[in-house]
Design a protein around this ligand. Structure first.
Ligand code: 13P
Ligand code: SF4
Length: 352
C-alpha cells in the first residue's frame, strides 16, 4: 500500500506593511536626491558594477539602472542580463531570491543588494525541509519550482521557471507524458494546470500582493469601462485571471500594453510597474485593479513591502561599504545551478 500523501503546511511568517516600510524611507529634496544619484553613478563605475532592477522597485532605482547601462526587467531577464554582462559586481535591486539567482549563475561575481531583508511571501511559504518531504511523496513527478524560492529549494528541484516561461516549460514536460510537482505559488500553479492540461500537484503558497485583488470589484470596474483591456500577473487568484484579457509576466504585461489596441488598461499587478508602463504607453490610460473590495485585508495595497525596502539610501550604503553581499553555499549553488541553468537553456531554445 502506498503512503498517504500529506498536504504541505504553509508556515506562518511576518508580513511587513508597505505604508510603514515607505514611511521609514528617508525623503530627500530634489537636490539631495540628485547628489546621491551622482555618488551612486561614480561608485558603480569605480567598482565595475552594474545595477539590475525589477519593475516593482522605486522609480529612482529603475531610472538609475537605465541611466548607468544597467537593466530593468522581469525576473527571467534580470537573470539573463546579469549572466551575460561582463561587470565584476552585480547590484540587484529587488528581493532576495533575485540576488541569489544572480549568485547561483555567477559565482565569480560579487553580488550586492541594497537590503538583505527583502523577502518574498512565496519564498517564505516554502521552507526546504517541508518542501523536500513533499517531493519525497511524489518520486515519479518532475519537480518544477518558481524562481521565487530559496537557493535550497532550487537545489531540490529539477527545473526552475519564471512566470514568463512557466506555461511553455510545463507544457513541454507534459508532451513527454511527465506529471509535475509545482511550488510554491498555487495561483500560478492552477493557471499552468488549466492552460496546459498537465497532471500537477501543487504547493499552496501565494503572493501577498496579488492575493489582494478583488474579483467582484474588478468585475464592476470592467462593467463601468467596457472599452478597457484587463492585464493580470498569473500570481493573481483564479477569479481575477478569469476576467483578464492578457495574463503574463511583468515584461509580457508591458508588451501587451503596447500591442493592444485598447486605450484604457486595467492592470492587476504591483503598482511599481506603472513607472515603466507610463513611459512605454504615455497616451494610454492606466487604471489599477482594485484591492479594496469587500473583505479586503490589504497589507500591501498592490505594492510589495519587500520590494519597497530598496531605496537610494541603502543602495548608496552598500556601494560605500560592500555590505549585503549575497553568498550561497557552494554545494547548494551547484545543485541550484542545474535547475536554474535548465531554465535559461529552455528560454534560449524557445528563442532560436
Ligand atoms: P516577474 O518574473 O513577472 O517579474 O515576477 C516576479 C514577481 O515577483 C512578481 O510578483
Ligand atoms: Fe514575492 Fe509577491 Fe513581492 Fe513578487 S510581489 S516579490 S511574488 S511577495
Amino acid at each position: 500500500m502506498s503512503n498517504p500523501v500529506t498536504a504541505p503546511k504553509i508556515p506562518v511568517f511576518d508580513t511587513p506593511v508597505t505604508a510603514e516600510v515607505e514611511s521609514l524611507r528617508p525623503h530627500y529634496s530634489a537636490e539631495k536626491k540628485q547628489q546621491i544619484k551622482e555618488q551612486i553613478k561614480a561608485l558603480l563605475k569605480a567598482q565595475d558594477a552594474v545595477l539590475v532592477a525589477h519593475y516593482y522597485v522605486d522609480a529612482d532605482l529603475q531610472e538609475l539602472a537605465e541611466e548607468t547601462g544597467g537593466y530593468v526587467s522581469d525576473s527571467l531577464d534580470m537573470a539573463k542580463f546579469g549572466n551575460e554582462h561582463p561587470a565584476k559586481t552585480l547590484v540587484v535591486a529587488g528581493v532576495r531570491f533575485m540576488g541569489e539567482t544572480a549568485k547561483i549563475l555567477n559565482p565569480e561575481k560579487r553580488v550586492l543588494m541594497p537590503t538583505l531583508k527583502a523577502e518574498c511571501s512565496l519564498d517564505l511559504s516554502c521552507p526546504v525541509d517541508a518542501f523536500s518531504r513533499f517531493c519525497d511523496q511524489y518520486p515519479d513527478h518532475v519537480v518544477v519550482v518558481y524562481s521565487n524560492t530559496s537557493a535550497e529549494v532550487k537545489a531540490r528541484a529539477d527545473y526552475v521557471v519564471t512566470s514568463s516561461i512557466a506555461v511553455k516549460l510545463v507544457s513541454w514536460l507534459g508532451d513527454q507524458g511527465k506529471p509535475v510537482l509545482w511550488a510554491p505559488d498555487k495561483h500560478l500553479g492552477h493557471y499552468i494546470e488549466r492552460v496546459t492540461g498537465v497532471d500537477m500537484v501543487l504547493w499552496k503558497g501565494s503572493c501577498i500582493v496579488h492575493d489582494e485583488f478583488k474579483s467582484r470589484a474588478l468585475g464592476q470596474l470592467i462593467e463601468e469601462n467596457p472599452d478597457a483591456a484587463v492585464l493580470a500577473h498569473p500570481e493573481s487568484p483564479d477569479e481575477i485571471l478569469a476576467l483578464a484579457d492578457v495574463v503574463g509576466s511583468t515584461t509580457q504585461i508591458i508588451q501587451a500594453a503596447k500591442d493592444l489596441p485598447q486605450q484604457k488598461l486595467i492592470v492587476a499587478t504591483d503598482s511599481g510597474i506603472f513607472y515603466k508602463m507610463r513611459q512605454e504607453v504615455p497616451d494610454k490610460e492606466i487604471v489599477e485593479a482594485p484591492t479594496h473590495g469587500e473583505g479586503a485585508t490589504c497589507k500591501s495595497c498592490a505594492h510589495c513591502p519587500w520590494m519597497a525596502m530598496n531605496g537610494l539610501d541603502n543602495l548608496l550604503h552598500v556601494l560605500q561599504t560592500g555590505e549585503n553581499e549575497i553568498h550561497v553555499e557552494e554545494n547548494i549553488r551547484v545543485k541550484a545551478l542545474r535547475s536554474t541553468q535548465r531554465m535559461l537553456d529552455f528560454a534560449k531554445m524557445e528563442i532560436s
